[in-house]
Design a protein around this ligand. Structure first.
Ligand SMILES: [Zn+2]
Length: 213
C-alpha cells in the first residue's frame, strides 16, 4: 500500500460532491461520500447539514467506525452508519458514495428491476440489490445496506436513492454514473413500450474474462 495523501483525499471528496450535484444526481444537501484511509478505522466523511457542492476541505470530518468524531468541527453526515457498516464488513472497500439518482430511484418505484443493459454496466454492476424503505440515518438502514453490499457494488434504496462502493473514489463514482446512465437508457426503451434487449449471460461472462474482471 503506497502512501496516501490525506489532503489529496479530502480535495477529491469535495470534488465528488460537486460532480454529483452538477450531474443532477443529488440536491445540495442530499448526498454524502466518505473515504476510509486504507487498512485503518479512520474515515473522512462529508458533514451533516452543509450545502455539499460548496464544501471546503476543512468542512470534512474524520470519524472512527463507531461514528466517534476524530477530527473536524461539524457533525458527520447523518448517514454515517451506512458508511461505517460497510467498512466494517468489507475490508476491500475504501469509498462509499450516496446520492439520489432520479432515474435509478424512479425505476425502483415503478417496480423495474435494475438490469445491466450496457457493456460498462455488465462489467461494473453485476447486480444491484434493493433495500426496502428504512428511516434515513438509522443503524437499521446501515445494517441493511451493509448486508446488501456483501455481494454488490451498487445498492438501491427504495423511496430514497442509491449507494455505490469502491476500492477507491474513482470506482465508487464510476459505479454511480453507470447506474444512472443505465437507468436512463432503460427508461427510454420503456417509453418506447419495449423491454430493453439485454446482453446475454454468456456474453457477459466472456467480456469479464476478456477484461479480466
Ligand atoms: Zn439520502
Amino acid at each position: 500500500m503506497g502512501y496516501i495523501d490525506e489532503e489529496n483525499v479530502k480535495r477529491e471528496l469535495i470534488e465528488v460532491m460537486k460532480i454529483m450535484h452538477d450531474k443532477g444526481l443529488m440536491t445540495g444537501i442530499g448526498g454524502n461520500v466518505s473515504y476510509r484511509m486504507p487498512e485503518t478505522n479512520e474515515v473522512w466523511i462529508t458533514p451533516s447539514g452543509l450545502y455539499k457542492p460548496k464544501l471546503n476541505t476543512e468542512d470534512l470530518v474524520k470519524i472512527d467506525l463507531e461514528g466517534n468524531l476524530l477530527e473536524g468541527v461539524y457533525k458527520p453526515s447523518m448517514e454515517w452508519p451506512i458508511h461505517t457498516s460497510i467498512y466494517k464488513r468489507r475490508v476491500d472497500v475504501n469509498c462509499v458514495l450516496h446520492c439520489h439518482p432520479p432515474y435509478a430511484t424512479g425505476l425502483i418505484l415503478a417496480g423495474v428491476e435494475f438490469r445491466p443493459i450496457t457493456l460498462e454496466a455488465a462489467l461494473m454492476i453485476a447486480r444491484a440489490l434493493t433495500v426496502p424503505f428504512i428511516y434515513p440515518g438509522t443503524k437499521e438502514l446501515g445494517e441493511a445496506v451493509a448486508e446488501a453490499a456483501m455481494g454488490s457494488r451498487v445498492i438501491l434504496l427504495q423511496n430514497h436513492g442509491a449507494v455505490t462502493l469502491g476500492y477507491d473514489i474513482y470506482e465508487a463514482v464510476t459505479a454511480m454514473e453507470i447506474l444512472e446512465e443505465c437507468a436512463k437508457m432503460t427508461f427510454v426503451a420503456k417509453c418506447m413500450g419495449v423491454k430493453p434487449t439485454e446482453i446475454s449471460e454468456r456474453d457477459i461472462e466472456l467480456l469479464r474474462k476478456l477484461y479480466k474482471l
